[in-house]
Design a protein around this ligand. Structure first.
Ligand SMILES: C[S@@+](CC[C@H](N)C(=O)[O-])C[C@H]1O[C@@H](n2cnc3c(N)ncnc32)[C@H](O)[C@@H]1O
Length: 660
């Protein structure tokens, strides 16, 4: 059993409620009405579920809300404790992806998506807690795959053995994720690992998959040709002595003399020979071999070495521009092997949404989660596109006179599995809807104030001189709850005598009183752990930082003959302008077309002020394409609130409403 400093059992978790924030349906019938959904908790609409929040809280929420023992397949690709900030490159939309400033091209640079920086022990505790929760969600026939790199594989295996039992271990699959990787004074690392565990060592869902032959294997082994095609040479004998006909000489070749026996009875060997399936080498004394034709192969049965799946290429159609995105082929193999159509697949580190997208394409139900808002937006966009394409394909097949396979009709053999749903909803567990993403806020604030980042402290973000620094998330003012958290942390560090600086946007009055008391009562005026605050909104020295101006848009909505026409006249994203300005100095960035700043547009023609029902979405397929900016859609009867959601290239959202 693996032990680490601060290892704690997971004695309880608190389940928080979830709020629906967005809904999308690609077709009128949104979920396959078959038996599949009868086990679905009534609190949720049948369809995909995408959760924005910390997965510990989301998993606790799922357990408390009817999903215990209902998940057939879990794939997770957690951060690897790699010590890195994962960034994505952001550019403007349009042919160049850049803005012109005084003749020069400027792009938006990089945006931190998530931070993978942990002290080792924190990482282990983080993963341990999540694995224990995942186990409770897994069904009796369920499987779990944990994606890790070589540096963490042994730790994660020890954790999994403890959480699931070592009997539950099935394979450690090596996935060759890249080919070239030179290492200085060591071998190039080209593999990741998939740790495969099942709830029941014998009763898991299993569909045998086949791997295609690699070019190297093909070139090395399939070197012979006859009128029937290309073939490799296989063994006719097997190891070990046998009495009886299979140990006897055949055509002068005696297997017993080399400690082997014939794999078939001599009568069967004669039949194979009559069919031309035996190769007789010209060299005298060389043994006959079996011909294995390439055309007879389905591939090799899948082993625990996957060298036949391509990584995402830089320009591929799958590319979502999310760091650490995994290829769909990898998920196809996992989902096809370990689940059936209609089963429920879960990924609580979903990133760009690969698991959900492949589950949707293969007719599975899915639940996905991520803490990063950029990941939620990317996944939501990706799933809208997949579902729309499924509707279109089915319409095209219907138009061509074929039977469609939408929502539950029996697929023909060559058709993809029927989608289990054509809708999904986005939920938030606790409030993570920051105006700007917390990771990015921390990075910006540290840079602005001159904080030295600490890569190994799970609580404090860095140091400023001798003081410890904590950045309070910018979605709320500094509150007594934050300060109580600080107190608990310090209780666990009795030797810590440094003062602290808390960096926040603003603070509650109650927090001011709390800090006054703390500084007065702790141990006198020069006490250890004195607390200082930098309030970025008002601070004289640092105050110019992040006067966060939300994005603005001017939208005209008209109702005519039962239809709505929506026109976006103007959109401005101060965040984008500021980024460009940082690069260009005093020069004023000029973006000729506002649409270059916009990633996508969605419209809810009857907004209730809470859940955004996506009736129309405009998500240009390529980065060089722009959103349309004008839209026409059916109007609901009676007076209604039309909401237009515009998401900019940095992931900031603005919702503009009109009453018509
Ligand atoms: C390696 S990436 C996953 C990439 C994904 N497999 C794909 O194909 O795009 C890990 C993801 O875990 C998310 N993450 C990290 N900590 C999390 C937490 N506590 N709860 C939920 N998601 C988290 C990160 O935001 C990141 O998107």
């Amino acid at each position: 059993m693996l032990v680490w400093v601060g290892k704690r059992p997971l004695s309880h978790v608190t389940a928080f409620p979830a709020q629906a924030v967005e809904r999308f349906a690609a077709g009128e019938q949104t979920a396959w009405s078959g038996a599949t959904w009868q086990d679905w908790p009534a609190a949720y609409p049948p369809g995909g579920l995408l959760f924005h929040g910390d997965n510990k809280e989301v998993l606790a929420h799922l357990l408390a809300n009817g999903f215990r023992g209902k998940v057939n397949l879990i794939y997770i690709d957690p951060p690897f404790d790699s010590g890195a900030d994962y960034v994505r490159k952001v550019s403007l939309r349009g042919a160049t992806g850049s803005a012109k400033i005084d003749g020069d091209q400027y792009t938006l640079g990089e945006q931190i998506q998530y931070t993978d920086i942990w002290a080792n022990d924190n990482y282990l505790q983080f993963m341990y807690e999540r694995l224990l929760l995942l186990k409770e969600l897994l069904s009796a026939d369920g499987s779990l795959y944990v994606h890790v790199d070589a540096r963490k594989a042994h730790h994660l295996r020890a954790l999994l053995d403890e959480a699931f039992g070592s009997d539950a271990f099935r394979n450690q699959i090596a996935w060759k994720r890249t080919s070239a990787h030179a290492g200085a004074s060591q071998y190039g690392a080209v593999t990741d690992y998939l740790l495969f565990y099942t709830a029941d060592p014998a009763g898991n869902t299993w569909n045998q998959q086949f791997q295609s032959l690699t070019e190297v294997h093909r070139a090395r082994h399939y070197r012979h040709t006859d009128e029937r095609g290309v073939y490799a040479l296989g063994e006719l004998t097997a190891p070990g002595l046998r009495r009886g006909p299979s140990g006897d000489p055949w055509h002068g070749f005696n297997p017993s003399a080399i400690g082997r026996h014939w794999g078939n009875l001599p009568s069967a060997l004669e039949r194979l020979d009559a069919q031309g399936m035996i190769y007789w080498p010209e060299r005298p004394g060389a043994w006959p071999r079996l011909k294995r034709y390439e055309s007879d192969l389905e591939g090799r049965s899948c082993t625990d070495f996957w060298d036949d799946l391509d990584p995402i290429n830089m320009v591929g159609s799958e590319r979502e521009n999310y760091p650490t995105q995994k290829p769909e082929g990898l998920l196809e193999r996992i989902i096809a092997s370990s689940s059936n159509p209609g089963d429920l697949v879960l990924d609580c580190f979903v990133g760009s949404g690969t698991t959900a997208a492949v589950a949707q394409k293969l007719g599975r139900r899915w639940i996905a989660c991520d803490i990063n808002k950029g990941a939620i937006q990317t996944t939501a966009k990706r799933l809208q596109t997949v579902m729309r394409e499924q509707v279109e394909e089915s319409q095209q097949r219907a138009a061509a006179g074929e039977q469609g396979n939408l929502l539950g009709e029996e697929p023909k053999k060559e058709q993809p599995a029927a989608p289990a749903q054509l809708s999904f909803s986005v939920w938030r567990v606790n409030d993570y809807d920051l105006q700007i993403q917390h990771n990015e806020a921390v990075a910006l604030a540290c840079e602005h104030i001159g904080v030295q980042r600490t890569r190994t402290d799970s609580f404090f973000d860095g140091t400023l001189g001798r003081r410890l620094v904590k950045i309070i998330p910018f979605d709320h003012p500094l509150s007594p709850a934050d300060l109580e958290e600080l107190r608990r942390e310090l209780d666990g560090r009795p030797a810590e005598d440094r003062e602290m600086t808390l960096v926040c946007l603003g603070m509650e009055i109650a927090a001011t009183a709390w800090i006054d008391d703390w500084n007065r009562l702790r141990k006198g005026r020069n006490a250890a752990n004195k607390v200082h605050v930098i309030e970025l909104r008002t601070d004289q020295k640092y105050g110019r930082f992040i006067r966060h101006e939300p994005a603005r848009a001017s939208v005209k909505v008209r109702r005519r003959n039962g239809r709505l026409s929506v026109a976006i006249d103007e959109f401005i994203s101060p965040g984008i302008i500021e980024r460009l300005r940082q690069q260009a100095g005093v020069l004023q960035p000029m973006i000729e077309d506002w649409r270059a700043m916009v990633d996508c547009v969605m419209i809810d023609p009857a907004w209730d002020g809470r859940v955004f029902n996506v009736a129309l979405s405009d998500i240009p397929e390529r980065k060089t394409d722009l959103v349309q900016g004008t839209y026409d859609l059916p109007a609901p009867s009676g007076e209604t609130t039309v909401a237009v959601k515009i998401i900019d290239m940095l992931g900031e959202e603005v919702i503009v409403t009109s009453q018509v």
